[in-house]
Ligand binder design. Structure first.
Ligand code: 13P
Ligand code: SF4
Length: 392
């Protein structure tokens, strides 16, 4: 593995801060020290054969991702889940909102399994349905609800997606936020406004850097303040109403580190995910989803230097896979997504061996009414023309 002489986290294997166990598993969870875990996973997967389909998000641990039939960003995984009607069991190595979307997009006879139910997402938890309904009421009181299209990032619970489906809106991911917003702004003519949930950074970065809105066109709705902390006039003047949510992993990357790197390493390329703060994204060379980040590094010149602002499992994997390129992590400290890391080999083996024994554990199901409307919003996203989000 190549490391760059950067004042950043060297790409050795950092300490995993997430080794504690989350939710109780019925039956016994294999010990992490069991030397046969890899063999057990392989054997269970082989026994289940084509009945099993394993999806792995790019932020998953190496020990788990090696067993994925398909790896991808949240958009690709949603499409893949929808395209496998023959698989009875879909084991989703990712987080809860992804497994919910997979359940919505798959057929009745398919079961979606999340190996550890504690694999949630702090960003998704930042927008609860009652809070969003209160915000919608405030938009109605300001006389603008008819002009507002709600767009939710994939990283949200199924009931928020259903809210968007019921109210003429759509889902987006970091791969298609630009086209989703272009679609949204075309819904009610020039007076259209968007309520973007729950990641203010993806919403702001896309609106300003890709759609050409001014920063002043955006306001932030804080669900913990009366009327979101905004006046009715501020809501009427805004074109983009951003929910005050963020990713705790991507929120750590700082503009100071980018500035320091530019000074100490002229020629370095800064590549970040659009969940990063606006002041980080505007200082970077390229921005895009995890899938975009991977493709960019694959296409990069040997010998080129990169500092990458996204989850550490992925950055480490890219550094391992590209020893001819200098790849570093854009932060000084270890920064895994603690909930993505919940899916470890013991939980994976436990879920698969239970399936072999005929027990479906940790099945994720969305109630039919929520699923019906969430599917409307997801389908609007899947119907959008393909285009990859990237700033260059
Ligand atoms: P993408 O999978 O859309 O790149 O998003 C990253 C992420 O934060 C997933 O939780
Ligand atoms: Fe949620 Fe951020 Fe983790 Fe993605 S990286 S699952 S947005 S906390």
């Amino acid at each position: 593995m190549t490391t760059v002489d950067l004042p950043l986290l060297p790409l050795g294997r950092g300490t995993d801060p997430n080794s504690e166990r989350g939710v109780d598993c019925p039956g016994s969870l294999p010990a992490a020290s069991d030397p046969d875990l890899v063999e057990r996973a392989r054997a269970a997967k082989e026994t289940l054969g084509s009945k099993l389909f394993v999806l792995g998000h790019h932020y998953q641990r190496d020990e788990v991702i090696q067993f994925a039939d398909v790896t991808g960003d949240s958009f690709k995984l949603a499409r893949e889940a929808a395209a496998r009607p023959e698989a009875e069991h879909i084991v989703f190595c990712g987080v809860h909102f992804m497994a919910e979307s997979a359940d919505i997009l798959t057929a009745e006879h398919q079961q979606v399994i999340l190996p550890d139910l504690a694999a949630g997402c702090s960003m998704a938890d930042m927008a609860r349905l009652e809070q969003v309904e209160d915000a919608w009421d405030a938009l109605a009181d300001a006389g603008i609800a008819d002009q507002v299209v709600p767009v939710t990032y994939m990283n949200s619970s199924a009931d928020i997606k259903a809210f968007c489906g019921r109210n003429g809106g759509a889902v987006c991911t970091s791969s298609n936020a630009q086209v989703a917003l272009e679609w949204a702004y075309a819904q009610h003519g020039p007076e259209t406004k968007v309520l973007f949930l729950p990641d203010q950074h993806l919403g702001r970065n896309t609106a300003v850097l890709q759609l050409g809105l001014a920063l002043g066109d955006c306001v932030v709705w804080n669900p913990h303040l009366p009327n979101g902390g905004l006046t009715a006039q501020q809501l009427r003047d805004a074109k983009m109403i951003l929910w005050k949510g963020h990713c705790s992993v991507h929120g750590r990357f700082s503009p100071d580190v980018v500035d320091e790197l530019r000074e100490t390493h002229p020629g370095i390329n800064i590549l970040v995910h659009p969940e990063c703060r606006h002041e980080v994204v505007t200082r970077s060379d390229l921005v895009g989803s995890t899938e975009f980040i991977i493709k960019t590094i694959e296409a990069a010149e040997p010998g080129s230097s990169w500092a990458i602002g996204t989850e550490l499992n992925l950055v480490q994997r890219l550094a391992d896979a590209h020893p001819d390129k200098h790849i570093a992590f854009l932060d000084r400290t270890v920064c895994y997504c603690s909930t993505m890391n919940r899916i470890d080999l013991p939980h994976f083996v436990w879920a698969l061996e239970n399936l072999v024994a005929g027990n479906v554990v940790n099945q994720i199901t969305v109630d039919p009414e929520t699923a019906k409307w969430a599917l409307v919003a997801l389908q609007r996203m899947l119907d959008l023309p393909a285009r990859t989000a990237a700033k260059d």
